[in-house]
Write a protein that binds this ligand. Structure first.
Ligand SMILES: Nc1nc2c(ncn2[C@@H]2O[C@H](COP(=O)(O)OP(=O)(O)OP(=O)(O)O)[C@@H](O)[C@H]2O)c(=O)[nH]1
Ligand SMILES: [Mg+2]
Ligand SMILES: [Zn+2]
Length: 369
């Protein structure tokens, strides 16, 4: 064994449990040369964040990297270059380029992207079996998960509340057809069912728990940790919507390796430039479409349409096609809106530059006069 090989040095690195590897080491090298230290963001809290660094978890100021672009805001899971020990305050100086990022659009009219987790390998969508399944919502989460670059996983929680085996298998089947290419697990934190499978997934790389408030994300995080670190609260209302118990995104080190990010519940997620993700969620429709007679078939009644044929035979549920169309439309809308906003911003910039140019010209003229 070559002890000086980089893989040996990164696997014995104090940040190795947080996912530090040769690639991060390479990306960080120029900042190390400037005397900065590397760190992984474990929590963000209004202008401050906690980072795991070689000298333990520290608090740093994020003010130095406040960008105009919300996509570049410091987020849990980010790798950063931070001031070395002794500086007061210690600033996050820069973020290393993200490998993956889970982004949704904010519900506001401004329609900006909001990063929910960075550098994630598995996007675990928690869905409670204790409330009525909302397949459209699962599809939406999965579109964003695929788009993030992470591997999506659906975890059906609170299985103990569905003791009836027939109902259970129907629910699992429904979700399965909604999520082609996505592992669907059934778990119960109450009686431990399925936790070993989830623990195995989570042990490799970084996972983020996403889903509605009350889905049982923090309960799962605690069960996987073997320790009550995250607060858990009973869902208040009967419809299971609950209140938001978790309010920050927290990165937790798993005892069996890997890291897990627990996030606050989301009522819904707006698509954010997720065209590819939508395609992946509805991959069976895209597969069918390859057999449509016309290359640009809109599946709206054209002859030889394989998609409509599949609906006629019952192979493809009408709900899936409707949902696919709806998400495609929504995505096109958000993309167009963002482009419009970017264009407006560019125009503003251009005008401002023009104004500066004019002022400079006038000043010059004034001087000449
Ligand atoms: N019966 C049963 N209840 C569960 C299970 N998992 C979680 N719960 C309950 O569901 C409620 C909500 O759990 P949390 O873990 O706080 O949910 P959360 O998804 O973290 O919610 P937010 O932090 O608000 O997003 C609590 O009362 C838990 O005890 C389970 O496997 N079985
Ligand atoms: Mg929680
Ligand atoms: Zn067609």
């Amino acid at each position: 064994m070559n002890l000086s090989s980089p893989s040996t040095s990164t696997s014995s690195h104090p940040l190795a449990p947080y996912g530090w590897d040769e690639e991060w080491e390479r990306a960080f090298a120029p900042y190390g040369a400037q005397g900065l230290v590397p760190g992984r963001v474990v929590r963000v809290d209004r202008g401050l964040c906690d980072l795991a660094t070689p000298d333990g978890v520290i608090r740093a100021d994020t003010e130095y990297v406040v960008p105009r672009d919300p996509m570049k805001v410091v987020c849990t899971g980010d790798w950063a270059a931070v001031d070395a020990e002794g500086a007061r305050p210690r600033y996050v100086r820069t973020l290393l380029p993200r490998r993956t990022a889970f982004v949704r659009s904010t519900s506001s009219k401004r329609s900006e992207g909001q990063i929910l987790a960075a550098n994630v390998d598995h996007a675990v969508v928690a869905v409670s079996l204790a409330v009525e399944l909302d397949l459209a919502r699962i599809e939406r989460f999965l579109a964003l998960a695929w788009e993030s670059g992470a591997q999506p996983v659906v975890v059906l929680t609170k299985a103990d509340l569905v003791p009836d085996a027939v109902t259970r298998s129907y629910l699992v089947q429904d979700v399965g057809t909604t999520a082609p290419g996505v592992p669907v697990l059934t778990v119960s934190a109450q009686d431990g069912e399925g936790l070993d499978v989830l623990a195995a997934i989570v042990s490799g790389g970084t996972s983020v728990l996403l889903g509605q408030s009350g889905a049982g994300k923090s309960t799962l995080a605690n069960a996987l940790l073997g320790e009550d670190v995250m607060d858990v609260q009973a869902t208040r209302d009967v419809d299971g919507k609950g209140r938001h118990t978790t309010t920050t995104r927290n990165l937790l080190l798993m005892p069996g390796g890997g890291v897990l990010i627990d996030t606050p519940g989301l009522r819904g997620v707006g698509l954010w430039d997720a065209g590819t993700g939508v395609g992946q969620v509805f991959s069976e429709i895209q597969d069918l479409a390859e057999n449509c007679r016309f290359h640009d078939c809109a599946h709206e009644g054209e002859p030889g349409c394989a998609v409509l044929d599949a609906i006629a035979t019952g192979e493809l549920p009408q709900r899936r096609l409707d949902s696919y169309r709806k998400l495609l439309r929504e995505n096109q809308y958000i993309v167009a809106k963002t482009d419009a906003r970017l264009r407006a911003e560019l125009r503003k910039d251009w005008k401002r530059k023009g104004a500066i140019g004019k002022a400079a010209m006038e000043a010059k003229r004034g001087r000449l006069r």
